[in-house]
Design a protein around this ligand. Structure first.
Ligand code: MIC
Ligand code: SF4
Length: 667
């Protein structure tokens, strides 16, 4: 039985399409269902809301989540990864202000060689950009220990971000389990106008749907407008779909995908991938590309989006270009064309981090790099850099216009900085004029496309040896063991140690900046800064009380995939988070490390809780098995009904005290 509902959400009319039978036997499939069907490891049902186990073809890790992932892989005692391809990238922690980052790099390099993982050296580029160029394959699955793994959806890959432990399990040949999301069709019509960019498409969606508008959903792009977007443009859109809270986003694989793969010398990896005619979707969102205008996300959230023309006379201090969202060859060539023959405004610092060695090499060879340098740009390494606060922290109260994907408070390294997210075109205009400027005022736009053939040189990607027996895994003193949860006790009790509001990000829970990133392999040290942007005293209180509870609002744990946002609370003894709702990856990470992700049955119960109240649950095992239970607020003498909305498999994981215990127990 099918039921149609119609609702206005401010975009255009959206048709909600509730389909009670999305089993694999059905004849018409959308792209997501096709890939899911061909990778389904368990069961034959792909109905929304059902837990599915997917075979993972490829994995990626980056260095700030990678050390934990490989320590966990080692704990599984697997000699060689079982995926078609696994790649370890070094792109986040490259400042090397002490021995820690370099030690981590050495560990990842050697552990990768030992286990059959390709190693992308520091300087070769940002994982998502390099992956798109060299490894993404339409129709395959990719699991990455980074929330922007969906970038490869621009190539028609089902690419998802996850915690390092889930990625380690996938490397070991285990399925990736997730609850089958709803599939939203994003119907594109028309063509972007000059100076309007792929970034404006995703900013438009963020404006309409918000940072939790995509939770439990996959966005599948379709319609006539698709052919007017190049693969790098599609990748910008799928990349920043992560900011919607979506599980992933995906484009069809078509003639344009083939053209891109050909230019990368990989045309043999192309397959056509289209939704069947009359394929079903749960919702349809329509966007006319021709009607979009330049947009900007204001501080401090990627969904705080307004038309650029709404902001008048905003003086800009810093412009930062790059990140996995906007550092492709075409993005930076467009910037070089805009800056050619001009100078960066005297009061603006322009920093550019190219997405990959391929991008930088080609721009060096064709002279565009010279145009950027002559304009006054500061050229940084091909890494994440300022996006994750690794250098280039703005001045106090400075306005920074960035082509990145996240502008959470303090993420730049400066709490008082005001970070605006915009397209490379808008950022280039600001760099020249010194003010946030509509790029359409710059005159005629130069048409930029990628060439028939990119410069291909994979010499910074090290192939693992066939025989790894002589490889010695090198572990520096910064690499500390992964904390392990104990099997769940019969009852739990503890104080409410912290109460926070809606949309708390993993950058709040476990901040990352140039000071802290070197300690990603050292949880005891990192835990000292847990929740530092919200309450610096939290770690001390947690230690003193031997752990306790955290109360959160909606979308708790949005943002990064870093499992450190679960590991540090675990180390501090946190037993449960009681929130209004959770972000997908963080909820999975909490379960993987044995922390209860509880939601309020009645959100108003939150008012019955204050800081330092003592909470108690008598039979936690029943709570886990029944998916609900009662927490007694002993201080106030009231009962709080809580829900544990998890799958049967996750119940077992929680009872075992986390996924590592569960995996080793079921061996
Ligand atoms: C981010 O953009 O926040 C990061 C840094 O890439 C994270 C991963 C991490 O915390 O190491 C992500 O997006 O998953
Ligand atoms: Fe790196 Fe920034 Fe992309 Fe995260 S969002 S992977 S820090 S470039």
């Amino acid at each position: 039985m099918q039921k149609y509902l119609r609702a206005e959400i401010g975009l255009e009319i959206v048709a909600y399409y509730l389909n009670s039978n999305l089993g694999v036997e059905k004849m018409t499939l959308n792209i997501v269902e096709k890939i899911v069907k061909s990778h389904l490891v368990e069961g034959n049902n792909i109905n929304t809301g059902i837990e599915i186990g997917l075979r993972i073809d490829q994995t990626l890790t980056q260095d700030s989540t990678g050390t934990m992932a490989y320590l966990q892989l080692e704990a599984m005692e697997i000699s060689r990864v079982k995926t078609k391809r696994s790649v370890a990238y070094i792109d986040h922690n490259t400042l090397q202000t002490g021995f820690e980052n370099a030690d981590d790099h050495k560990y990842i390099e050697t552990v990768a060689a030992k286990h059959g993982v390709y190693f992308s050296k520091p300087g070769n580029g940002i994982c998502h950009q390099v992956n798109l160029e060299r490894f993404a394959v339409p129709g395959e699955t990719l699991l990455g220990s980074d929330s922007h793994t969906p970038t490869a959806g621009g190539m028609g890959m089902l690419a998802m971000g996850a915690g390092g432990l889930d990625v380690a399990v996938a490397m070991a040949g285990g399925p990736y389990y997730l609850t089958m999301p709803k599939v939203v069709k994003v119907e594109l019509a028309g063509k972007l106008q000059p100076w309007v960019s792929a970034k404006d498409v995703i900013l438009h969606l963020l404006k309409e749907l918000g940072v939790k508008g995509g939770v439990g959903k996959i966005f599948e792009y379709a319609g006539e407008g698709v052919k007017n977007l190049s693969v790098p443009e599609r990748a910008t859109i799928t990349n920043m779909g992560a900011e919607l809270g979506a599980t992933t986003s995906i484009f069809p694989s078509d003639e344009e995908t083939l053209r891109f793969l050909k230019a990368q010398g990989r045309e043999t990896e192309w397959v056509s991938l289209q939704a069947d005619e009359n394929a079903n979707y749960h919702e349809i969102v329509s966007i006319n590309l021709s009607e979009l205008e330049p947009l900007v996300a204001q501080p401090h959230s990627p969904d705080n989006v307004v038309p650029l023309t709404n902001i008048k006379n905003l003086k800009v201090d810093q412009v930062a270009m790059g990140s996995c969202t906007n550092s492709s060859y075409t993005d930076l060539m467009r910037v070089a064309a805009i800056l050619k023959g001009k100078k960066v405004h005297p009061e603006v610092s322009l920093v550019i981090s190219p997405g990959s060695k391929q991008v930088l090499q080609m721009m060096a060879d064709n002279g565009a790099l010279g145009d950027l340098i002559s304009a006054g740009a500061r050229i940084l390494e091909c890494t994440c850099g300022p996006c994750i606060g690794m250098g280039q922290a703005p001045a106090n109260n400075a306005v920074s216009v960035r082509t990145f994907n996240r502008n959470f408070e303090g993420r730049s390294g400066t709490k008082t900085a005001k970070v605006y997210l915009a397209s490379p075109e808008t950022a280039a205009a600001a760099a020249i004029t010194g003010y946030l400027t509509d790029p359409r005022t710059l005159g005629e736009m130069v048409n930029i496309d990628y060439p028939e053939r990119f410069t291909i040189d994979d010499s910074m990607i090290i192939k693992p040896p066939e025989d790894p027996s002589t490889v010695e895994v090198v572990r520096g003193p910064n690499i500390k063991p992964v904390p392990k949860a104990k099997p769940l006790g019969k009852n739990i009790n503890g104080k409410v140690l912290l109460m926070v509001g809606d949309n708390i990000t993993t950058d709040h829970i476990m901040p990352s900046d140039a000071k802290l990133l070197p300690f990603r392999s050292n949880i005891p040290k990192l835990a000292e800064y847990c929740f530092a942007p919200v309450d610096e005293d939290f770690p001390r209180r947690a230690m003193e009380n031997k752990g306790g509870f955290i109360i959160g609002g909606d979308n708790y744990g949005q943002g990064s995939s870093r499992e450190h946002a679960a590991l540090a609370p675990l180390y501090l003894g946190i037993k449960g988070i009681i929130a209004k709702s959770f972000a997908r990856i963080h909820k999975a990470n909490l379960i993987n490390f044995g922390i209860l992700p509880l939601t309020f049955e009645r959100p108003e119960d939150m008012e019955d809780i204050s800081i330092n109240d003592n909470l108690y649950a008598q039979d936690v095992h029943s709570m886990v098995l029944n998916g609900k239970g009662i927490l007694v607020n002993e201080t106030k003498g009231v009962n709080i009904s809580v829900i544990l909305d998890i799958t049967p498999r996750q119940k077992e994981i929680l009872l075992a005290g986390g996924l590592l215990n569960f995996t080793t127990m079921s061996k």
